[in-house]
Design a protein around this ligand. Sequence first.
Ligand SMILES: Cc1ncc(COP(=O)(O)O)c(C=O)c1O
Length: 338
Amino acid sequence: MKNIDWKNLGFAYMDTNCHIRYVWKNGQWSAGELVTSPYMSIHIAATALHYGQEAFEGLKAFCRKDGKVSLFRPQENAKRMQTTARRTCMAEVPEAMFVDACQRVVKANLEFVPPYGTGGSMYVRPLLFGSGAQIGVAPADEYTFLVLVTPVGAYYKGGLQAVKAMVQDEYDRAAPRGTGHIKVGGNYAAGLYPHLEAKKLGYPVELYLDPKEHKWIEEFSTSNFLAITKDGKYVTTKSGSILPSITNLTLQQLAKDLGIPVEVRPVAFDEVTTFAEVAACGTAVVVTPVYQIERAGQVYKTGPETGCGPVLQQLYNAVQGIQYGERPDVHGWNVEVQ
Ligand SMILES: Cc1ncc(COP(=O)(O)O)c(C=O)c1O
């Protein structure tokens, strides 16, 4: 067991034993090797550097109550990375190889998985990029796939904390038929400036509306939007330009299991007054309750300022309970590492 202050881990990169790396050349992936150095040598004409041929994913491994370590729904991340690869003309990583890569690298870094009870987890970051040299705008003839891991702490120490959000009306995150639905680095580079602007104004998260009309809710900069309506429904946005969140899928299923009606549909911003609870959802924190949303000087109350509404809390507990092996994994979402 590593001498790490598990209780005070944040969400930051920490060197571990190794990452796993594969290369695709002449139509074939290499066997994958565990590499100890966190540095790599890359061709100066690699398409990732010039033309943004790059995709990434984010998932987690948890040390469960029974002491076993498992990944949470890695097959879903594999599928999403394949969608991204197709849209950006990169070699696809087969699902079995993706899951095996995650298992191998977590296994090689087991002493960095935060122990059960610390509230932490191991963040798993798969990365795929064009590493072949290509000076004209065209797909590379070589790709690198790697998976790095790093231990991360409990995001909420002492209960879920609510944040306030602002609508980002000055910028868009994605074009209607662009790349908002896939996980390419360029989406995040484009979001940095608007994010820092929102932060300067005192808002930790910003909400994007549809780029065409600024009428429909899309998503937060790094998480999906979900709401519990005053009449008890789970509502989340449907749009071709948002990232299909795996946490959102999970929460929808758990809501259905609890008998909560789930609606996935276009959600007009005007509907905010009908919400009892609002949250941003994603792998990093599961749910972040949003107690108010501001747009053009107008403030809309969307939940309790002191923490989390009851339905979101119930859903959050259900997800974490499965991830830490405290509740039965009836949907078979945990994939064991050992
Ligand atoms: C833009 C965006 N939306 C939503 C999500 C949440 O997705 P997931 O639940 O798969 O982490 C993320 C994080 O990956 C994201 O970057």
